[in-house]
Design a protein around this ligand. Structure first.
Ligand SMILES: C[S@@+](CC[C@H](N)C(=O)[O-])C[C@H]1O[C@@H](n2cnc3c(N)ncnc32)[C@H](O)[C@@H]1O
Length: 257
């Protein structure tokens, strides 16, 4: 299904951003990556872990913009291959590498990374707290964590839960603010939460507007019947995003020792 995600989302599998301090000439999804970079603030040479790296767009942009070296992890071998090719094509193959690793069991030594980000990835994990504990372990003391996730902004009824399961393959989202206690319990400090629900809603409106063109490309690849089915799937997902879901960006620092 990678070809489908390539058509629908390209190499950035996250929301867009329309706001100050980003270049209006860039794609909205790249502007969101830049917004996250402005929170992560890694220096040149910093070691960054990208948890749930997807097709690699954010990791490649992070390395190009900051000179940081990035390790991207995903459960998908297909994503490792396409993200590695993207980094090579982007001229940062020496700074960025991708590995097939489970985010809840990181095979890295304590204090291996100066910063960690996880963009729309924690929500897919059966044990988000375990992943956050692992992230805290592999961060250097005082290292920074930035992550973004969908939240359940309004209570979902059975019909919305069914849509969430079918379109996002998710059974449960966190409540806004639910991460605060988990992070504090693990030892993160200076936890700041930013509500980007308006950016999510704008993204879903833009996706609806761009849908006919994307579905034309899906039809060329997989036929009219599949395209019509998937168009319905996408419209249900965007209605759920617009009416019920929220979006947070969380910034925190690991405890100093
Ligand atoms: C919506 S994509 C986000 C991709 C990317 N962060 C971006 O913004 O373009 C979710 C990612 O989480 C990854 N993922 C899901 N479960 C995982 C796990 N247990 N360990 C590592 N990665 C996981 C998926 O493979 C995918 O790369």
């Amino acid at each position: 299904m990678n070809w489908l995600y390539d058509i629908l989302m390209g190499s950035n599998r996250h929301i867009g951003y329309w706001g100050p301090d980003t270049d209006p000439g860039d794609a909205p999804e790249d502007r969101f990556t830049d917004y996250l970079i402005s929170h992560l603030r890694p220096g040149a040479g910093a070691r960054v872990l990208d948890v749930g790296c997807g097709a690699g767009g954010p990791a490649v942009r992070l390395a190009k913009k900051t000179g940081a070296s990035v390790t991207g992890i995903t459960v998908s071998g297909e994503e490792v291959r396409s993200a590695t090719a993207l980094a090579a094509a982007g001229g940062v193959g020496d700074l960025v590498r991708f590995e097939q690793v489970d985010a809840m069991k990181l095979p890295y030594a304590d204090g291996s990374f100066d910063a960690v980000w996880a963009i729309e990835a924690l929500m897919y994990l059966p044990d988000r707290a375990e992943c956050l504990r692992e992230i805290h372990r592999v961060l250097t003391p005082g290292g920074r964590l930035v992550f973004s996730d969908y939240t359940e902004r309004l209570p979902l009824g059975p019909a919305q839960r069914e849509t969430l399961a079918e379109t996002f393959r998710l059974n449960e989202l966190s409540q806004p603010g639910q991460y605060d206690g988990i992070l504090a319990g693990i030892g993160f400090r200076d936890v700041r939460r930013h509500d980007l629900t308006e950016q999510l809603q704008r993204t879903s409106r833009e996706n609806d507007r761009r849908l006919p063109e994307k579905m034309r490309r899906v039809a060329e690849e997989a036929g009219e019947k599949f395209s019509a089915h998937y168009r319905d799937h996408e419209l249900r997902a965007s209605a759920l995003e617009h009416d019920y879901l929220g979006y947070v960006v969380v910034v925190a620092q690991s405890r100093r020792e």
